[in-house]
Design a protein around this ligand. Sequence first.
Ligand code: SF4
Length: 174
Amino acid sequence: MFWLLALSLLLLIFGGLALARSTRLRQESGLPAGRLIYADSADWRPVQQPFYSKTYQLIGKPDYLVETAAGVVPVEVKSSAAPKIPYLGHLLQLAAYCLLIEETTGQSPPHGLLKYANALYEVDFSPELRRELLETMAHLRQARLAKSVARSHQQPGKCAACGFYDRCEEALGR
Ligand code: SF4
């Protein structure tokens, strides 16, 4: 079960790794910024079981799925207010769910939905986002083999909520 734990951690640490790279990536990679939309959440189905991909050694559970004319779409809900454009970590988490749905159903979702407290973004599961997801996963796997990995952020709140806080030599806020 260790690998399951380790791989589910991939999703948790997307945020930290991604934040450090977000500015450059926004400028260079053409990642989708997302479109502000309205959608009726009455059609959203809560997800009971996590999705698992043996190919990508990935596991994760979106908050909801919704059937659209273009296929099944994942919904990730954030309790925070919407940023001007979705954070890269949130995009990658949504992309991971798209990849898991693709692996499970054989159909690639055209997009995912990111629901913030005050806004809903529709984010294309574009080739650029898929490539960034796969590269990020490869980096994370490499980092797991390294003896030590440098902190990738300056957010004491993130460290305070981290399960490694007591043991981490780079923890902020102590
Ligand atoms: S405590 Fe360490 S591992 Fe956890 S978020 Fe902070 S720097 Fe990263």
